[in-house]
Design a binder for this molecule. Structure first.
Ligand code: HEC
Ligand code: HEC
Length: 329
């Protein structure tokens, strides 16, 4: 009896420590865990080797990224290599307005492991390219090392100056700058201008974001928008305005963009036939699909129109008849 009790105790202690060890390994992010999670969650779009050729590669206009390119749209560092926090944020939040889902339901350590693996995919591919160049005598080893570091080690974070108040004056200035610099692509009213289709990294069509859709790949927080406008988005037509405007003007632009985002969708000034390709990716149709929702309403409206037209026609006929009778007398 006693023996059995102590045996049970032993088992409890053992299994307890086993669970503890498991928990500890789940707490510490590591590349191997990241690789395994990647195959389960990410490979269907990003491909098993992270080259962007997964089964669901046609998920949105913006194709699933090839991590072998080691290029990212969303970073807040001086050299565009995303910080750990940048990658964490992107994976956790997803990229609204594209096929990249959000993974915030995963435990933090798993997201960090995934980020490590995504980084490693890029670093390995770059290393292999550089090694080949060194072997072929096209570069010195030291040169290759410098390039490797500059493209894989995150630079210092971009310093975002304190936000000025988002008052009338700031909005007015933001609007003026917007008209000057942004309207050509994002449309006068924040809905992309007709025909303004651009291309991305891989030469695929990538329209300018509808700022009215309030869907920002990197989030709508002032600091994120500030960095996006300052630096642009790597691999897209979205330019950076670091050299064009003062830091205060960039903040005014942020305020105007945030203001546009509160105004709700506004259809771009394009004919339906040509509108579709340039707006689809940036603003996936709201759910439920407005076209489906509108069908009965439109039927109703045309029904009313028929009645109104019939009544008007009958009235006109009566009037003509009365006139004819009057003139005959
Ligand atoms: C349903 C398809 C899909 C799945 C699943 C998916 N992604 Fe993506 N992902 C995309 C698309 C599409 C893009 C490109 C979006 C863009 O460039 O606008 C993208 C882009 C990214 C980027 C680039 C961010 C940047 O700054 O440019 C990262 C990092 C990323 N995904 C990580 C992951 C990770 C990690 C997983 C798995 C946990 C994952 N994705 C699962 C579709 C997917
Ligand atoms: C040459 C065309 C072009 C110009 C000019 C331009 N943009 Fe963009 N912008 C784009 C494209 C294309 C995208 C979409 C990038 C993507 O979805 O990956 C974009 C995306 C954005 C986004 C979305 C960021 C996010 O997190 O998703 C914002 C905000 C933005 N632009 C603001 C501006 C502002 C403000 C200006 C003017 C100061 C401006 N843009 C000028 C083409 C342009």
């Amino acid at each position: 009896m006693r023996r059995r009790a102590s045996g049970t105790l032993c088992w409890l202690l053992l299994s307890g420590s086993a669970v503890g060890a498991l928990a500890a390994s789940a707490e510490t992010p590591d590349v191997e865990t990241g690789r395994r999670l990647f195959l389960v969650y990410c490979a269907e779009c990003h491909g098993e080797r992270g080259d962007g050729y997964g089964m669901r590669q046609d998920i949105s206009y913006a194709r699933p990224r090839s991590f072998q390119s080691a290029r990212f749209k969303l970073s807040t560092t001086e050299n565009r290599v995303p910080s750990d926090q940048d990658l964490f944020r992107t994976i956790a939040r997803g990229m609204p307005g594209s096929g990249m889902p959000n993974w915030s339901h995963l435990p933090e350590a798993q997201i960090r492991s995934l980020a490590l693996y995504v980084r490693k995919l890029g670093a390995d591919a770059l290393r292999a390219d550089l090694d080949a160049e060194v072997a072929a005598g096209r570069r010195s080893a030291a040169e290759a090392d410098a390039i490797f570091r500059s493209r894989t080690v995150p630079g210092p974070p971009i310093q975002v100056p304190p936000e000025p108040p988002a008052d009338e004056a700031s909005l007015a200035r933001g609007r003026e700058l917007y008209r000057e610099a942004c309207a050509a692509c994002h449309g006068e009213n924040g809905s992309p201008a007709f025909g303004a289709v651009h291309v991305d990294f891989d030469g695929n069509r990538l329209p300018a974001t509808s700022l009215r859709s309030a869907m920002f790949k990197g989030g709508d927080e002032g600091e994120q928008l500030y960095v996006r406008i300052l630096e642009g988005m790597d691999g897209t037509a979205m330019p950076g305005y670091r050299d064009a405007y003062s830091t205060t003007d960039i903040w005014h632009l942020v305020h105007w963009v945030q203001e546009l985002a509160t105004r709700g969708d506004d259809p771009p000034s394009a004919s339906p036939a040509t509108m579709e390709p340039s707006t689809l990716a940036a603003t996936p149709p709201p759910f439920p699909d407005p076209e489906i929702a509108q069908e009965p309403a439109e039927g109703g409206r045309s029904g009313w129109l028929t009645i109104v037209a019939a009544v008007t026609a009958a009235g006109l006929a009566l009037l003509l008849l009365a006139l004819a009778v009057g003139s005959a007398r």
